[in-house]
Every structure is written in structure tokens, then in C-alpha cells.
Design a protein around this ligand. Structure first.
Ligand code: COA
Length: 173
């Protein structure tokens, strides 16, 4: 069986990443979000992970540095998303590898937490907990139970805070 490689994005990957999101989500919205982020100051290729199988990109996970505001202070955390795996290769652990790789990357880059908006049941498998358990909210007009968080550094979210996603994410909703 071919093995899965997870690595950071290079410029030549852009089209393949778009194709992964379009096929996995069944529409253009998430690929458009990635394009809008690429055109903004929020995009950092070093925080963009691709999964390769047999030389083909079959998965993508994007992390974006976002502020988490508290009364009188601010820290930066990583927002996970979009993330997807092509349907033909799902259920073989590629999504799990991307998430574990993104936790390692977040730690290497010195971030204390990851937040994610989407499918809480999926992210709970990887230790993410409801954001409301940590008094964390965000500026996306989505149900609060869809926001989950993972502390890379224990206690990093103590006291909670409000995550400010950049504009392209808001446009998705
Ligand atoms: C969600 C997704 C990234 C998972 O990728 P994957 O490579 O299949 O993930 P893994 O193989 O590591 O894990 C698969 C497991 O996750 C579970 N899972 C998948 N989507 C889930 C969801 N929305 N909620 C709960 N569990 C989910 C599956 O039941 C599967 O379990 P099983 O293999 O025991 O049946 C992929 O299905 C996908 O791209 N979906 C469409 C886009 C999407 O929803 N992205 C996440 C947005 S928040």
C-alpha cells in the first residue's frame, strides 16, 4: 500500500488544493475561501499542509493566525480550516494524519491553541473540546456548538476570549 506524506504547501500545489476542496465539499465555496485568503495578508504557506498519496495531492488543511481578544489583552491562536480529503481516499486515516501534523506544526511555531469551526464530532476524536467549555467565542455567524478548541499548551485558553476570524471566513457564512 502507498504511504501518505504530509508536507507544507509549495506554490505549485495551488490548483490541486482547490480541486481537493471542490471534490470533497461538493462546491466551490471552500476553494474560494482559500483563494480569498491567498490574496490577503492572512495566508501563510508555512501553515498550509497537504497530504500526498502516490505523488498526488489528496488532502489539504489550512491554519490561519487569528487574534483571540480578552479584556485588556490579546493572544494569537491558529484557526484550522478549511480541511478536506478527496472522497476516493476518505476513511483511510488521511484526515487524522493532517490533524496530528497540524498539532505538531502549531507547537513548532509556538502557538498555544487551535480553534476550529465545523463538525464537532469529528474534531472531538482528536481531543478538541467545545469552545464554550473554555469561554471562547468567535465572530462567525455559526452555531456555538460548532466551535471547538485544542490547547497545545495546557491552560493557554484560561479566561477565554473572542476569536476574530478575518473577513474571507465571514463571507463563507
Ligand atoms: C472530514 C474529512 C476531512 C475526514 O477525512 P478522512 O481522511 O476520511 O478522515 P479519517 O480517515 O482520518 O477519519 C475518518 C473517520 O472520521 C469520521 N468522520 C468523517 N466525517 C465526520 C463528521 N462530519 N463527523 C464525525 N465523524 C466524521 C468517519 O466516520 C470516519 O470514521 P471511520 O473511518 O471509523 O468510519 C473528509 O471526510 C472530508 O473531507 N469531508 C468533506 C469536507 C469536510 O467536511 N471537512 C471538514 C469540515 S469541518
Amino acid at each position: 500500500m502507498q504511504s501518505i506524506t504530509v508536507r507544507t504547501e509549495i506554490p505549485e500545489d495551488e490548483r490541486a488544493i482547490d480541486v481537493v476542496h471542490i471534490s470533497a465539499f461538493g462546491g466551490e465555496a471552500e476553494a474560494q475561501l482559500v483563494s480569498a485568503l491567498r490574496a490577503s495578508s492572512s495566508y501563510n504557506r508555512e501553515l498550509s499542509l497537504v497530504a500526498e498519496l502516490g505523488g498526488r495531492i489528496v488532502g489539504h488543511l489550512l491554519l490561519t493566525r487569528v487574534p483571540l481578544r480578552r479584556s485588556g489583552s490579546e493572544i494569537h491562536v491558529l484557526a484550522l480550516g478549511p480541511m478536506s480529503v478527496v472522497p476516493s481516499q476518505s476513511h483511510r486515516g488521511i484526515g487524522s494524519e493532517l490533524i496530528e501534523a497540524c498539532k505538531r506544526l502549531a507547537r513548532e511555531k509556538g502557538y498555544g491553541s487551535i480553534v476550529v469551526m465545523g463538525h464537532p464530532e469529528y474534531y472531538k476524536r482528536f481531543g478538541f473540546v467545545p469552545a464554550k467549555d473554555r469561554q471562547v467565542t468567535c465572530n462567525l455567524p455559526a452555531p456555538e456548538e460548532a466551535l471547538t478548541v485544542f490547547e497545545i499548551e495546557s491552560g493557554n485558553l484560561a479566561g477565554g476570549g473572542h476569536v476574530e476570524y478575518p473577513e474571507p471566513f465571514i463571507a463563507l457564512y
